[in-house]
Write a protein of this length. Structure first.
Length: 296
């Protein structure tokens, strides 16, 4: 199988070379590597040019954001299998060979994901596990246990569901994997195959407040006619869970006004489920407090 790997990049010169080498040093040889840089003002272009003879395609020009950059890479790709790795993350040397074998062993599967290691650097990391799930469960819980760095899929997924939606800034992979899980067969295979770097400039840290805004827009759009009728009975529970999650995000970012707004919306969506969720959270906190006392 030809495997296409895309790296979207913008002003990540500090980490970019390590990412590039993690792809070029894969033990699997039939690779197509595509780097889409958004016109960086740091040394990113210089780093890309250093490896240009081993990169199948690269460009450095302004784009409309990360999703647009990844889509550019998808359109250039020719692989039987496709994935992306961000310019501050790493693929382990056997990522591709492991996934190719798993696809050969599971010819009816469209999308495979697993576990990753996460942290500030390779000396400070912890295991972040994915888990088996499905679209209905993800919709109700807002938990999409699919680490992006561990994921790879067959080309027919793009042909079936299209490209990333460029309206999303932080929800882009989350929404894409939700769409895939609804229409394609996904498979969880345990084992860490990549490294997700957390740092103070990482997108997930800098743009945390956008999660609440995009989650609210996504869920309200879904339940406004974009879902089959079979999912409509889940609407009030799903919206309640979404608003509670948005409230928690706002609480974590000290936005008290938005937090109270989202809690009010959660209660009005399904008051019974809202109260039940608060009882469950209270009991969890009590169990945690009791465990700490016993450990002490």
């Amino acid at each position: 199988m030809l495997v296409s790997i895309i790296t979207p990049s913008f002003n990540q010169g500090q980490y970019l070379e390590e990412t590039i080498l993690s792809v070029l040093n894969q033990e699997y040889s039939n690779l197509e590597y595509i780097v889409i840089d958004g016109g960086s003002s740091d040394d990113s272009k210089k780093i890309i040019m250093k490896y240009a003879d081993r990169i199948s395609y690269w460009v450095s020009e302004p784009d409309l954001g990360q999703a647009d950059a990844i889509n550019k890479g998808f359109r250039q790709s020719k692989g039987d299998l496709i994935c992306w790795i961000n310019s501050d993350d790493l693929l382990y040397y056997d990522f591709v060979s492991t996934r190719v074998k798993q696809f050969c062993d599971n010819p009816d599967v469209d999308f495979i994901y697993g576990d990753i290691e996460q942290g500030k650097d390779q000396n400070q990391k912890f295991l972040r596990k994915g888990s088996k799930s499905d679209f209905k469960k993800m919709l109700l819980t807002l938990q999409v246990p699919i680490p992006q760095q561990s994921s790879i899929w067959r080309r027919k997924i793009i042909e079936k569901i299209g490209y990333l939606d460029t309206q999303w800034q932080v929800l882009l992979d989350w929404e894409y994997f939700m769409r895939i899980s609804q229409k394609c067969r996904i498979l969880y295979k345990p084992g860490p195959v990549a490294f997700f770097r957390n740092h103070e400039k990482s997108k997930s840290v800098v743009e945390s407040k956008k999660w609440a805004l995009e989650l609210e827009k996504y869920y309200n759009t879904l339940f406004s006619g974009f879902l089959p009728n079979e999912y409509m009975p889940l609407k009030s529970k799903a919206l309640t869970e979404m608003y509670i999650e948005c409230a928690k995000i706002c609480e974590a970012t000290s936005d008290k006004e938005s937090m109270l707004k989202y809690y009010s919306l959660a209660k009005s969506s399904n008051v019974y489920f809202y109260r039940k969720r608060f009882v469950i959270n209270f009991l969890r906190k009590q169990r945690h407090h009791l465990a700490q006392l016993l450990d002490g």
